[in-house]
Design a protein. Structure first.
Length: 354
């Protein structure tokens, strides 16, 4: 359904992109656009995403996913092996909005576009141009063919994409553990030098034999506390074997020393347990890396009403006639679903509508 031969390789990306848009006449009207995107399979979605990223980078007409080593500030990007499956899931959710007859055309297109944009940014499948790809594709879905001036603004937006704002703000996943958990987790050795701890030099605060147990694989992970807590949740009998060395209790407050915890797992007298623990930690690290994307996609389909973030309600919404009425009144309601809050943020912060 995507004409992959329409656009030839060029470093002048704006004419190339406009040529792609012009090759899809369904983009001109919201009703035909909704129908067009609702018929795209997950394979088509992956193709068009790779097509856009390839032309943005001036490398090839189809850019393979190459984001193995990317880092997204404040978020641990998921394992590269999992990214395509999560992108496909995000498109399934986007299509569910397009196929929902209770939504009018603009509502359906907005939810679908915001879903695609947020997922692409959080999953980060490419080493470069994830943000620009997410903004262009979401514009195609939500508003169709941009003018050359509008496209230039979308491409030159800063990291927050304030010309075309589709950045997902953080949503807590609300993990409820069933098994016992320590009150806090620290990443220095129990007997570490106080000056090292205060200065934040936690790696020097650990015994070398402990800090190098897994060569920093877990201690340097952004989600390192969550990995430890998930291990305790799933494998409490094994975790308990480390507590004599790794757990400190003062009154009713418990503190787990994570580096010692990892060291004890790796040095278990039972070789099978040590090998199992190493494998389980790796699997949990991969599982935990999905947290932000999982919470985002769950939020998009969650009908629960939440209090609007204060920073969002303090901003006057755009007065453009393009802003849907149901979006304009959200500020007064001060409560919205997560998807509606993102929709409000899009219309409020995008200078595209000014």
């Amino acid at each position: 359904m995507i004409n992959r031969e329409t656009v030839k390789h060029s470093f002048d990306v704006i004419p190339e992109l406009l040529a792609l848009f012009d090759s899809i006449p369904e983009l001109e009207d919201s009703t035909t656009r909704r129908d067009y995107f609702s018929r795209l399979s997950s394979d088509d979605f992956i193709d068009i995403l790779q097509l856009l990223d390839g032309h943005l980078r001036g490398e090839s007409s189809m850019q393979p996913f190459d984001g193995q080593t990317v880092f997204l500030e404040g978020i641990q990007v998921m394992d590269q092996r999992d990214k395509e499956a999560w992108l496909r899931l995000s498109w399934d959710i986007a299509r569910s909005f397009l196929e929902d007859n209770s939504l009018d055309d603009q509502q359906a297109l907005d939810y679908a576009g915001i879903t695609v944009a947020g997922a692409t940014v959080l999953i980060h499948p490419f080493i470069d141009s994830n943000g620009r790809s997410s903004r262009i594709l979401s514009h195609m879905i939500m508003r169709g063919v941009p003018t050359e001036k509008a496209l230039e603004g979308i491409l030159t937006s800063n990291a927050e994409g304030t010309n075309w704002y589709v950045v997902p703000f953080t949503r807590q996943s609300g993990r409820n553990f069933k098994n016992w958990q320590p009150d806090s987790i620290v990443w220095h050795a129990p007997d570490a030098d106080v000056d090292d701890i205060i200065s934040g030099n936690q790696r020097n605060a650990a015994d070398p034999a402990i800090k190098d147990t897994f060569d920093g694989q877990f201690s340097n992970d952004f989600n390192r506390d969550d990995i430890i807590r998930e291990f305790i949740e799933f494998y409490p009998p094994i975790a308990e074997q480390t507590y004599d060395a790794s757990l400190r209790t003062e009154g009713e407050t418990s503190t787990l020393h994570a580096l010692t915890f990892l060291h004890e797992l790796a040095q278990s007298p039972d070789t099978a347990t040590a090998m199992f623990s190493a494998k389980a930690l790796g699997q949990l690290q991969r599982f935990v890396s999905h947290t932000s994307t999982r919470a985002f996609l769950h939020g998009m389909v969650d009908d629960t009403m939440y209090t609007m973030p204060e920073w969002l309600t303090q901003v006057e919404p755009n007065q453009s006639s393009l802003v849907p009425q149901e979006v304009s009144i959200l500020r007064k309601q001060k409560a919205a679903t997560y998807g509606d809050a993102l929709r409000y943020a899009h219309y409020t912060y995008s200078t595209y509508y000014s």
